[in-house]
Design a protein around this ligand. Structure first.
Ligand code: ATP
Ligand code: ZN
Length: 286
């Protein structure tokens, strides 16, 4: 039988949708309609295992799965022997220390000898050690945010994204320990045939990621400004310039990085560009 790469993804929860969407954007068709534990893709040599996110690093380490999509927070906490090979751009959150609002604790220095509730004892222990603060770590597996209110702890160390859970529980963040997002992890000793499948998957993942970080730009420009406009929009190789029906005007097509976007658009306008269209890119292969 032909080799398949076994990928572990979260079976339900915050990473499920992002994981399935990313595989789909990579052109990989998977159906998980019947809540199966294991599903084979129709058009790519991959088999998807649906698991609890906490188990994914260990399963990848032990070759139950070859690769996995999982939060960096879980990878660091579980501390298994796996390689982290790619950030995936979804599941973004931060692991933060939070304390009761308007209480006497204001900074991490105030945490000395205090009790901190968390589901991330290893990351927190390492962090406190590095900062030379000795505190008591109370490990709990869920609903960490209610610990201060019920008198279980003085502070918490938990995942935050919008901050609404902290707000509802009258807590405020005083320190971010880790910025996290979903990552691709791999077993350290993949067979050569599996490595080739992984390379092909990584190529697709990178094309999707590059496309998301870039936009396609079309604009009209007076010909005497083309030099400066082309400098602002170097594109992948160089911009495409097509003459407009109107004399002395051209249409310029190029690609622009999301992070430069507003800055460059402003300068394009100042240099006479008109009718600027910005279009998302689906895949980008350089
Ligand atoms: P499982 O049943 O698989 O163990 P879980 O309850 O541990 O699920 P989720 O709450 O679904 O996990 O979170 C999975 C991952 O999503 C987290 O480990 C983290 O990487 C990411 N994440 C993104 N935003 C948040 C957030 N606001 N709170 C918690 N996790 C978040
Ligand atoms: Zn979990």
């Amino acid at each position: 039988m032909k080799e398949r790469l076994r990928i572990a993804v979260q079976k339900s929860g915050r990473l499920y949708d992002g994981s399935m969407k990313l595989l789909k954007e990579c052109g990989i068709e998977i159906s998980n309609g019947n809540n199966h534990l294991r599903v084979t893709a129709n058009n790519f040599p991959i088999e998807v295992f649906f698991l609890r996110d906490d188990d994914i690093p260990e399963y990848v380490q032990d070759s139950v799965a070859d690769i996995g999509f999982v939060g960096e927070n879980v990878v660091q906490e579980k501390n298994k022997e796996v390689d982290t090979i790619e950030k995936l751009g979804f599941g973004k959150c931060r692991l933060s220390i939070a304390v009761p609002k308007n209480g006497e604790l204001r900074s991490i220095a105030d945490l000395r000898d205090k009790k901190i509730a968390t589901s991330y004892p290893l990351i927190l222990t390492n962090y406190l050690k590095e900062k030379n603060i000795s505190a008591l770590i109370h490990e709990i597996s869920g609903s960490v945010e209610i610990a201060p209110k019920i008198g279980l702890a003085d502070a918490i160390c938990d995942l935050v994204s919008s901050g609404s859970t902290l707000f509802t529980n009258e807590l405020t963040e005083i320190e971010t320990i880790l910025n996290s997002e979903a990552v691709l992890i791999s077993n350290k000793k993949l067979a050569d045939e599996k490595k080739l499948i992984l390379e092909s998957l990584q190529f697709r993942l990178q094309s999707v990621k590059k496309a998301k970080n870039n936009k396609y730009v079309l604009l009209n420009a007076p010909n005497d400004k083309l030099d400066i406009i082309c400098k602002l929009l170097p594109g992948m190789k160089s911009p495409t310039i097509l003459p407009l029906a109107e004399k002395n005007w051209s249409s310029v097509h190029s690609v622009i990085n999301e992070s430069d976007f507003w800055n460059v658009i402003e300068q394009l306008k100042q240099n006479g560009a008109q009718g600027i269209l910005v279009i998302p890119i689906e895949k980008m292969i350089i």
